[in-house]
Design a protein around this ligand. Structure first.
Ligand SMILES: [Zn+2]
Length: 330
């Protein structure tokens, strides 16, 4: 739901490091396989992989999908073998997994060496981009380490040759990756790709009250029967985007899981009543040493970030921005 927005310089540096580590050694491995006797289509497939290796490693999501589609069309036997064979060293799938070894990529723990930890450290995405509910910080010491999981946007069972493709690796939480997405098939035509687009302001969290009169005491009690958390779509949102959004939130159970944040939402609504325009203005005047501008005051009140570009800095930032805006806490 949140776009991974990073500077082109950073993304280019990451891509350069990825290529430096993989391009030559993977090409050599492919050449080793090509020296052996191979069925005609397998040979053609490996040659195709060799020619397109750079794109496979660092191509943008659209390029990766184009390659996946070409492979489907031109190498049907290979595709069938990938889907139905077991991962044995001598099998085609085994060969592909040797070339694009995700397990090895994730095992290189030292933050200085290229691998999942270094990628996570450089990307510095600290909140799950799918749910915005879980932190995904990267920490590494000789004894213990944590990092976000990497979801394979194009699933790696169907596309094992994209197992270490940079733009196919989405940093996210384990709930979204392992518990909810699992092996579900995503494409940029069916789901939102965090490297391409986020929900932004097109679709907002909103509150739908179940009764006509709003009882603030019930809200304050955390009475979850008072309202539901729903989505509001801006009129300009293309239908196509809405469809991708709906499929994405269904996979990650966003609507269902956000109902557990009604207490937080209720507190925001209460704050919107307490901190009216005049009060925010007077806080700004009374504490010039604490607040430089209105956004600083709003951040203190909401205890969250208040700008769309900061959505990946704290959990529930999107919910906070949307509800604060709905209740004119802006
Ligand atoms: Zn998540």
């Amino acid at each position: 739901m949140i776009e991974i927005k990073r500077s082109q310089v950073l993304l280019d540096n990451i891509a350069a490091e990825h290529l430096l580590y993989y391009l030559t050694k993977t090409t050599k491995k492919i050449d080793e396989f090509l020296k052996k006797r191979l069925p005609k289509e397998q040979r053609a497939f490996l040659q195709y992989i060799r020619i397109n290796l750079k794109k496979i490693l660092i191509g943008r999501p659209e390029e990766l999908e184009k390659i996946a589609n070409e492979i489907e069309v031109h190498f049907p036997t290979v595709v069938a073998q990938i889907r139905h064979s077991k991962s044995k060293a001598y099998s085609l799938l085994g060969k592909i997994q040797t070339l694009f070894n995700y397990d090895a990529f994730t095992k290189r723990n030292a933050p200085s060496k290229w691998g999942a930890y270094r990628l996570a450290t450089l990307l510095n995405v600290n909140v799950c981009v799918y749910c915005n509910r879980q932190y995904t910080h990267t920490y590494s010491s000789p004894e213990k380490r944590v990092r976000p999981q990497f979801d394979h946007f194009l699933d790696k069972a169907s596309h094992p040759y994209m197992a270490i493709s940079l733009y196919n690796l989405i940093p996210c939480c384990s709930i979204c990756n392992s518990s909810l997405k699992g092996t579900e098939k995503f494409t940029t035509k069916t789901h939102l790709h965090p490297y391409i687009e986020g929900v932004g302001e097109r679709i907002r969290f909103s509150v739908r009250f179940k009764t006509d009169s709003l009882d603030y005491m019930k809200l304050w009690d955390g009475n979850s029967d008072v309202f539901d958390i729903v989505f509001k779509t801006s009129r300009k949102t293309p239908l196509n985007f809405q469809k991708r959004f709906i499929r994405t939130i269904r996979t990650f159970k966003i609507k269902e899981l956000y109902q557990f944040h009604k207490d937080y939402t209720a507190e925001l609504i209460v704050k919107s009543q307490v901190y009216n325009d005049a009060r925010i203005g007077s806080l700004l005047v009374d504490f010039p040493q604490l607040f430089q501008n209105r956004d600083d005051v709003l951040r203190m009140i909401t205890t969250n970030y208040t700008k769309v570009e900061d959505l990946d800095k704290r959990v529930l930032a999107k919910l906070t921005i949307d509800i604060a805006s709905e209740f004119e806490l802006t």
